[in-house]
Each structure stands twice: as C-alpha cells, then as structure tokens.
Design a binder for this molecule. Structure first.
Ligand code: SF4
Length: 370
C-alpha cells in the first residue's frame, strides 16, 4: 500500500502532541488514519466542512486578488519598521507553474532566488516546498511567501476565522502558527542556498477583520513552534525504535477486522488529550479507550498535569475521600480540601449564603439566587 504523504497540517498536529507514540508511528509509516478510524468503527468528524472550505477559498482569493499587493501592504504595515511601503505596481508575482511536485519545488526555489537578487517586494502565490521527513521529502504548499526588498522571506498563512478587535481564537492561532513553522523550516533549507536570504521568525497571519470579509493581519512568533517541530521531526526518524517494541506480526492494514486493529493500536502507547479532537483522525477511538481505562488523560493536559502521579479517575476520587495517597502529597492534600469544601457546600444547600440588602429581601432576585 503506498504510504500517505505527510502535509503541513499533519506535521503541525504531530508537533502539537509530541508525547504520542501512536501518532508518530502511524504518520511515520504513512498510514491513512481516517481509513483506520473508519475500519475501527469510530470515524472522525475531523476536517474542514465543505462550507468552511469554500468560505476560506473565497477569502483567500480576495486577499490575493491584486497580485499580492494587498499582502505586501499588510505585511509592511505590521512591520512598522519605518521603511518605504511597496509602491503601486512594484510587487511582483512570479509564475510558479511546473510539472509535478518536484518541478514546482525547483521552480519555487528559483523564483525565491531571483526575487531576492532583484531586491524588490515579491509575493509567491502557493509556492511548493520540500521538507525531508523520515528520509523522504514531504511536499508542502503554504498560502504565500513574501520576499522583502532586504532579502527576508516571510511565510503567510491565510485563515477564515475572524480576528475581532485585533485578537483571534488562541487555539486556532496556535494551530496556524504550528503549520507556519513547518513551512518556515522547509523554507530555511532553500534560504541556506540563497545568498543574502533569511527566513523571518515571524509569520504573517491574515484573517477576516471583525465580522466583515476585509483582511486584517498580525505577526505571529514561530520560534517555539519551529523548535518543537524540529524536535518532532528528529523523533520521526526514530519510528523504527517504536516499531521494534511491537509484537511480531502487528499490522495496521485497514482491511483487517476491527478487533485485530484495536489490538494492534493498543500495543502502541498514546497520549490522548481533548485537543486531539481537533487535530487527529483517531480522536474518537483514543478518547473511548482513555475513558474506558478510567484515565485522567481524557480530562485534558492541564488537569492531568495537576494530578501528578494519580493517573486514573478512581485513584483521584479515592485520594479525595482519604482512602488512597499520602496526605503530605500537595496534590492529595488539595483534593481532600476540595472534597471537604464540596461536602460543606452540599451540607449548607438550602441555607442562604448571600446576605441580600434589605430592599431586595424576599425579592424575585433573592429567590433566583437561592
Ligand atoms: S487521537 Fe490518539 S493517536 Fe491521535 S494524537 Fe491523540 S492520542 Fe495520539
């Protein structure tokens, strides 16, 4: 079966959950996780709806309608470095047409070099970059790359979620930054062979402004995401180590019965977190397993981190009841205190705990509050 090529979204999601051996192994082996989830009987609803796709496509076309002049203007405005703004008609948009991904990658590299040597503003619309992943190139297609007159290159991510009063949903911005970091890493390889070129450590995120269809933008720092993705990619080359721990004959062939596939998946440790629901095709399967195993993982990374060595919901409840754990352990102490407060609150139910001022006593507000 030909391996499924990795794209930037998959690489970014991998970087978002570095502790998951299951995903690292399946992605490293190029297994179609959506098909695997279907075969397991837990198909995911993960992915963009057709409506969201169309909306995103139409917004992107609008942003790039003028050959990239608006993108260069938005970037210059955000840089606020006192340099001259791009003059009307001075932004070039090189033709990147070529046959096949290898041809498009070579054409992109050439266009980047030419634009850098020319020394003006240039916008590359849907360029193609290659990033070696576990020994084979993954072909990636960013929304755009802007070449600055000074030889700097900026990755552009165009998203259809809104930026309201200059701020967007932090989870969505985080996902966009992880994706942009994958492109920035691929771009660094081209920059290394281009004289005078540097890849900026900030990407330009372009979104609809407030509730309109007008574009607005923000610079997003990529340094942390680049470091995490780089580390994850190194780990991917070690999938053989994960595979070596599996029982002989383990197979993820989606034509096998669901029971055998479940057994095969169970042999690879996972690190489920609710964030998987928005990033991985196997989320429903892993969530069901985490819940069935009474694991605190299903409650999220924040809660899991707070609970320290207590890894099951049963052990947490037992610790809170005083039946398990060391009272000197701060986590156990905090759980017992929380349980005592809860018991106190429940015992006091029915008694007013808020003293209303005289004019409101007996009012509907007081009744509602009680
Ligand atoms: S859904 Fe499962 S396989 Fe996918 S990242 Fe989460 S834990 Fe790993």
């Amino acid at each position: 079966m030909p391996p499924l090529p990795l794209d930037a979204r998959a690489l970014a999601a991998l970087a978002a959950n570095p502790g998951c051996h299951r995903r690292a192994l399946l992605d490293g082996a190029g297994i179609d996780k959506a098909a695997l989830a279907r075969a397991l009987g837990t198909p995911s609803s993960f992915g963009q709806s057709q409506f969201a796709f169309m909306r995103g496509h139409s917004f992107e076309s609008r942003v790039k309608a003028d050959g990239g002049a608006e993108l260069a203007r938005l970037l210059h405005e955000r840089l606020a470095d006192g340099s001259e703004p791009p003059a009307p008609g001075a932004v070039t948009a090189p033709d990147l047409t070529a046959a096949g991904p290898e041809g498009r990658t070579a054409r992109t590299a050439l266009a980047l070099r030419e634009a850098t040597t020319a020394g003006g503003w240039a916008v590359l619309d849907h360029p193609m970059l290659a990033l070696p992943v576990a020994g084979t190139p993954a072909y990636l297609e960013p929304d755009a790359i802007v070449v600055h007159p000074g030889g700097e290159w900026t990755v552009v991510e165009i998203k259809s979620f809104p930026m309201i009063d200059g701020a967007a949903d932090s989870a969505k911005v985080g996902a966009a930054a992880r994706q942009a970091a994958v492109y920035a890493l691929a771009l660094e390889a081209v920059a290394a062979h281009t004289e005078g070129a540097t890849v900026r450590s900030q990407a330009l995120l372009v979104c609809p402004k407030d509730f309109s269809n007008l574009p607005t933008a923000a610079l997003v720092d990529l340094r942390k995401q680049c470091a995490t993705t780089r580390r994850q990619l190194t780990r991917l080359t070690e999938v053989e180590d994960i595979a070596a721990t599996l029982p002989d004959g383990t197979s993820f062939d989606v034509c096998r019965p669901a029971g055998e596939l479940t057994e095969a998946l169970d042999a690879v440790p996972a690190a489920y977190a609710p964030e998987c629901l928005a990033a991985c095709e196997l989320a429903f399967h892993c969530r069901a397993k985490a819940r069935a195993g009474d694991s605190v993982q299903a409650l999220g990374r924040g809660v899991r981190g707070e609970l320290g060595g207590l890894t099951t919901v049963g052990s947490v409840l037992a610790a809170a009841r005083g039946e398990h754990g060391d009272a000197a352990d701060p986590t156990v102490a905090a759980l017992r205190r929380a349980a005592a407060l809860r018991a106190e609150a429940l015992a006091g139910a029915g008694r007013p705990i808020v003293q209303f001022p005289a004019p409101l006593r007996g009012s509907r507000e007081e009744a509602a509050c009680r």
